[in-house]
Ligand binder design. Structure first.
Ligand code: ATP
Length: 215
């Protein structure tokens, strides 16, 4: 089993002086679904944001497929898809254009067949020409997942992916994550809901007060 992400002695102290991550050490294995479980404020978003290059680490190191997240940012970012926690989407773009544009940002050639399948897997294809402002919260979350997958990343990070979804939406996302894993994508998501992780995860890490306390 190959380690695809290596996190070593990773710490983050915000400008406020708050230490959100305390010497985190964690290996993520290629092709697994790993869940990060912990209460509000434990450091889950900080850890994901740091690996994805949105938050700068105070000390320690992270490599993604052998590339350092700082010196090799372009390589690491292109390997990663990120589904953020907040529903950060424009209003007037259509679903199709939003997902296609995201793919273009990573320098990938258009692939309408891939985007069509992605939207079908997320039950969004019938909404492909709908403006984002006309979608429900659960649909917007699924658009964020489609955007994150638009450039066919090898690793997918999801920050609270089930939040705001009804039981059918949660099942759809869980099934999609399992399918992606079975096709070789490595998946890392965080949550504070144990029921979301038990059925689909290969491994669980528990974080509290910035420490990984159990793996
Ligand atoms: P939740 O489940 O509520 O999303 P979390 O586990 O994702 O929580 P983080 O968002 O990583 O937790 O926050 C960890 C700690 O770092 C919290 O105490 C939070 O207040 C603090 N924190 C997060 N972002 C910042 C920031 N930009 N500046 C200062 N402190 C921050």
């Amino acid at each position: 089993m190959k380690t695809i992400i290596e996190i070593s002695q990773l710490s983050k102290v915000y400008d406020t002086g708050h230490q959100a991550l305390k010497e985190i050490g964690l290996d993520i294995v290629q092709g697994e679904i790993l869940a990060l479980l912990g209460p509000n404020g434990a450091g889950k978003t900080t850890l994901i944001s740091t690996i994805c290059g949105l938050v700068s680490p105070s000390s320690g190191s992270v490599t993604v497929d052998g590339h350092d997240i700082i010196s090799g940012y372009r390589e690491t970012r292109s390997l990663i898809g990120l589904v953020p926690q907040e529903l950060t989407l424009g209003a007037f773009d259509t679903v199709w254009n939003t997902v296609q544009f995201s793919r273009g940002l990573f320098g990938k050639k258009p692939n309408p067949a891939y985007i069509e399948q992605l939207l079908k897997d997320l039950s969004l294809f019938d909404k492909k020409d709908t403006e984002l402002r006309a979608l429900s919260g659960g649909m917007k979350r699924r658009v964020l997942i489609a955007k994150a997958l638009s450039h066919e990343p090898r690793i997918l990070f999801l920050d609270e992916p089930m939040s705001g979804l009804d039981p059918i939406g949660r099942k759809m996302v869980k099934d999609l994550l399992v399918d992606l894993r079975d096709q070789g994508t490595t998946i890392f998501f965080n949550t504070h809901i144990l029921a979301d992780v038990e059925s689909i995860c290969d491994r669980i890490s528990i974080i509290n007060y910035g420490h990984i306390i159990v793996e």
